[in-house]
Design a protein around this ligand. Structure first.
Ligand SMILES: Nc1nc2c(ncn2[C@@H]2O[C@H](COP(=O)(O)OP(=O)(O)O)[C@@H](O)[C@H]2O)c(=O)[nH]1
Ligand SMILES: Nc1ncnc2c1ncn2[C@@H]1O[C@H](COP(=O)(O)OP(=O)(O)O)[C@@H](O)[C@H]1O
Length: 179
């Protein structure tokens, strides 16, 4: 059965780091998603995201799409098909709303990883170190943008407390072995 590992959680929790590890270690490709937000330093077009404007975004065929902060984000049916063509297990980084859509639409094909840290201070420190703008960090770590795990998704979530990278790797290795 084709499967999708959804990776959700607050900014700075380690979603991208985990998805890159899954690619490197297990050849699990990530479904590249579309966004209207500007590219950050260090990001690569068509690898980090497909960077769109409002007009090009509106022409895509979405599996689901959301507005998050000031920008639009969405995963296209084409990008999912492309990733599944490469491998039966793929990963996808989404916000909580997107995770709920996937779980509803794909049911048992979904493995839902919720990644977080023990403290919000740790998230803030990681984001400062990553070079994010302090004003943006404050927005990401409050309100809707925090991506807290809602009660109705707790049953579906496999929670990874990514405080320690070695422990996280071991958990990921065990998860992949069991898929
Ligand atoms: N629903 C949905 N969320 C997405 C998609 N692509 C990215 N996201 C989420 O959008 C949020 C913002 O991503 P980004 O701007 O890269 O910021 P970061 O999480 O602070 O690194 C994150 O929670 C991502 O998981 C998508 O296609 N659909
Ligand atoms: N277990 C960890 N311990 C310390 N730093 C980490 C850990 N996991 C990830 N990081 C670092 O934290 C920062 C945020 O990780 P990232 O994967 O970009 O988060 P997200 O995609 O969830 O926003 C990156 O600089 C990354 O190298």
């Amino acid at each position: 059965m084709q499967k999708i590992i959804l990776i959700a959680g607050p900014s700075g929790a380690g979603k991208t780091t985990i998805s890159e590890y899954l690619t490197k270690k297990f050849g699990i490709p990530r479904v590249i998603t579309h966004t209207t937000r500007p590219m950050r330093p260090g990001e690569v077009a068509n690898k980090s995201y497909y960077f769109e404007n409002n007009a090009s975004f509106s022409k895509l065929h979405f599996f689901e799409h959301v507005r998050y902060g000031s920008y639009k984000y969405g995963s296209s049916k084409e990008a999912l098909a492309r990733a599944w063509k490469k491998n039966d297990i793929v990963s996808l980084i989404v916000n909580i709303e997107g995770a709920a859509s996937y779980i509803k639409q794909l049911g048992k094909q979904v493995f839902f990883l919720y990644v977080t840290t023990s403290t919000r201070t740790e998230l803030k420190e990681r984001l400062l170190k990553r070079g994010d703008d302090p004003k943006k960090i404050a927005e990401r770590l409050s309100g809707n943008e925090l991506n807290l795990l809602p009660d109705n998704l707790k049953r579906d979530a496999h929670i990874i407390l990514n405080d320690n990278w070695d422990k996280t790797k071991k958990k990921l290795n065990a998860i992949i072995a069991g898929l």
